[in-house]
Every structure is written in C-alpha cells, then in structure tokens.
Design a protein around this ligand. Structure first.
Ligand SMILES: *[C@@H]1O[C@H](CO)[C@@H](O)[C@H](O)[C@H]1NC(C)=O
Ligand SMILES: *[C@@H]1O[C@H](CO)[C@@H](O)[C@H](O)[C@H]1NC(C)=O
Ligand SMILES: *[C@@H]1O[C@H](CO)[C@@H](O)[C@H](O)[C@H]1NC(C)=O
Ligand SMILES: *[C@@H]1O[C@H](CO)[C@@H](O)[C@H](O)[C@H]1NC(C)=O
Length: 355
C-alpha cells in the first residue's frame, strides 16, 4: 500500500511537470495535428503518461480537478485498440458469467419443473410448462458480433452528432427505453434495449389498462429485443409478463426476453472481486459487460456521470431530460472509472466528445 502511494506521488508529480511543460508550448509544433475534440493532439509520451495514471489510480485518489485534467488530456490522444487485452477481458467474462449462454433465460439453460432463484430477493419461481414456453429456445449470442455500440443516456450526447456512427455498428445496445427522436445525436438502430420495470409501473401504469402509449413507444425499437429483469425483485415479475403478452397480442416485431438472475449474481460477484463497491450494478455496466464478451469491438457512447462537462458547463442528466435517479443505489462514477481504464488499456472505446 505504501509503495503504491509512492508510485502515485511520482506519477502525479510527473503529470504536474508535464502539464507545466505543455502550457509553455502554447503553439502546437509542426508535428502536431488538431484532434477533433479539445485541442491539439498530445505527444505519444504524454498519452502513455495519461494511460499509466488512469490504470494505476482510482477516482478517490485523483480528486475531481485532477481527474478532469487527465480525462481532458485523454481526449487529445488517439484510442489504440489492443486486441490481446480485449481477448483477455472476453475470457474473464466467459469464465465468470458465460454471457453468450447464460445472459437471458432460455429453454437451453432452464428446465421445465426447475425453480428459478430470484437475483435479489429470497424467493423462487417454479418453471411451469406455460412459463417455459415463454422463453426463447436459444441464446441470441451464438457467435461473436463484429462491432457493437452501447449507448448510455447521458446529457453528454446532446450535440454529439454520434447518430450515424452509432447506427453503423453491427449491434446496438440501449438502456431503459430511451426516446430515439434525437436522431442526429443518438441514432435509431436498436438491437437490444433494457427496460426498467419501474418505468412500466410508473409511466405506463403497469400496463393494466391503456396499452397504446406503450405500444407506440415499443414500435420505435423495431424488431429489437426488450430485456427485462423479471426475476430480480418480485414486483418485477408480473409487469414483465404483461409487457411480453402485450407485445405478443399486438403482434409487434420486438420480443421480450428475461435477464437470467444467476447471470446477474455472477456478474455482481465478478465486479465485487475487482473491488467495485455498489448496491446493484447499473444496467449500463450490465450491457457493457455483455458487449465486452460477445462483441469483437465495443464503443461506449453517452456514459458520463457528472453534471458538468469537461469545460465545467452544466449538462443534463439524460439527453432527453434531467430526472436524477435516487442517490446511493448505483456507483456510477466508479463504474465510469472502470470504463476509462478499459479505454486506456485498449479493450473498449469510450467516446466522450463529438463524433
Ligand atoms: C458456457 O456454457 C455452455 C453450456 O454449459 C458450455 O457449453 C460452454 O463451454 C460454456 N462456456 C465457457 C467459456 O465456459
Ligand atoms: C413449486 O414447486 C414445488 C415442488 O416442485 C412445490 O412444493 C411448490 O408448492 C411450488 N410452488 C408454487 C408457488 O407453485
Ligand atoms: C422528442 O419527442 C419529445 C416528446 O414528444 C419532445 O418533447 C422532444 O422535443 C423531441 N425532441 C426532438 C429533438 O425532436
Ligand atoms: C439536452 O437536451 C435536453 C432535451 O432537449 C435538455 O433538457 C437538456 O437541457 C440538454 N442538455 C444540454 C447539456 O444541452
């Protein structure tokens, strides 16, 4: 521990010297070209220093101002893909969680007559024939997908013009049924979208009576999968089934699939083993983990846990509203730090500025 602190002290002194040196060089030299975001491109040495600092620090050690400085510098570095690191990450997820086989409840990983243990509550559900028949036969992730985009809902997406780039990915993950009419910034392609049952309960009144608003919204997602944590809390189950039946009854193209609670427990244990502290993983981190295992290349958009951008300008919580979630439930900034580290080591790409 003591040694670790010494290393960090040396590194942050190095960073301070580097920043000072940079500030003296107000004019970019002939070898520099402008990066698209936040000023002149940084030298290769500067970029490796930034990566070393990110990979050997934590959010708590860095403090916010230093952290913003480091991320700003990172913005001026090219992202260098490291296929070996990505393979390693894929293997870690395969070993802990076997996403491609276990992420959703299927007829292949669940038997008729068995009981499903809920993720969070001490409660089980019997798999009757009727329930079994609602599950898809196989996992949708039989073979590796080439390129994936995971689209968070952060206000940082406003004016990002990332829509085209997102839509060009082979597979697009979205979170919590977001509106898609900010097309220039977020695109429209959706292959999988998570749905928090609390939205169905609050915004759509539990789908008990009027179903039109829900149906209108679901149509926006075309033939995508709608992923529900039906077996995480008991209050999720009934409304998740209602969503599934509504989509079937109205013959919509999308299909409802259920998160496998065993998978989510394993994933939680995996991140605990990495030292992440949380009550429950956010659906953002769940989807990033899924993509990290089943995709060859992964780009993250719209992930930014602060209420100001790198220049200190206020940004809304979501690109479509400023509703703040209840505090203390997720550990967004720690999760974000992990994304940054994965970006620094070249296994995932985190997009922050304009596309
Ligand atoms: C995932 O689970 C399936 C079914 O049990 C198994 O065939 C496969 O080998 C597993 N993959 C890994 C990486 O453990
Ligand atoms: C589930 O099945 C077990 C035995 O298979 C049975 O004892 C139990 O009553 C069932 N629970 C429900 C809610 O049907
Ligand atoms: C998207 O739709 C919402 C609700 O209908 C509306 O308030 C918002 O202004 C629209 N956004 C854009 C960029 O058109
Ligand atoms: C992003 O757009 C939403 C919806 O138009 C708006 O409420 C919010 O203030 C915008 N945020 C920023 C940073 O412009």
């Amino acid at each position: 521990m003591v040694r670790c602190w010494k290393v960090l002290l040396i590194l942050s002194t190095g960073l301070a010297c580097y920043l000072f040196y940079q500030s003296l060089q107000s004019q970019p030299g002939p070898g520099h070209h402008r990066s698209r975001n936040g000023g002149a491109a940084l030298s290769a040495d500067g970029c490796s220093l930034v990566n070393i600092i990110l990979l050997h620090s934590t959010m708590k050690i860095l403090k916010k101002e230093e952290f913003f400085k480091v991320v700003k510098m990172l913005q001026r570095c090219p992202w260098i893909e490291n296929p070996e690191e990505h393979k390693l990450l894929q293997r870690n997820f395969q070993t802990c969680c076997n996403t491609s086989y276990s992420m959703i409840v299927t007829q292949e990983n669940t038997e008729m007559g068995q009981t499903i243990q809920y993720e969070v509550e001490k409660r089980t559900k019997n798999v009757t024939e009727e329930l079994y028949n609602l599950f898809p036969k196989k996992s949708p992730f039989q073979k590796e997908i080439r390129s994936c985009a995971v689209v968070g809902n952060g206000g940082i997406l406003n004016n990002s013009f990332c829509g085209n780039e997102i839509d060009r990915a082979d597979f697009v993950f979205r979170l919590n049924l977001p509106p898609l009419n900010w097309t220039n910034d977020v695109g429209t392609k959706t292959d999988l979208v998570t749905a928090n049952p609390s939205i169905l309960l609050n915004k759509f009144r539990g789908l008990r009576k009027e179903k039109e608003p829900f149906i209108t919204m679901v149509k926006e997602y075309g033939s995508s999968m709608i992923l529900l944590p039906a077996f995480s809390y008991s209050m999720n189950t009934e409304v998740s089934f209602r969503a599934l039946y509504t989509i079937k009854d109205f013959d919509l193209k999308s299909r409802v699939v259920f998160f496998n609670p065993d998978y989510l427990r394993n994933l939680g244990a995996y991140f605990k083993s990495l030292g992440l502290k949380f009550q429950r993983l956010s659906s953002g981190l769940m989807m990033v983990s899924v993509a990290a295992e089943v995709c060859e290349t992964v780009t993250l958009y719209g992930f930014w846990p602060f209420s100001e951008d790198l220049d200190g300008v206020w940004i809304s919580h979501h690109y479509y509203d400023n509703v703040i979630p209840k505090p203390g439930f997720h550990s967004m900034s720690d999760e974000f730090y992990w994304y940054l580290q994965m970006h620094a080591q070249g296994s995932l790409r985190l997009k922050l500025g304009q596309c």
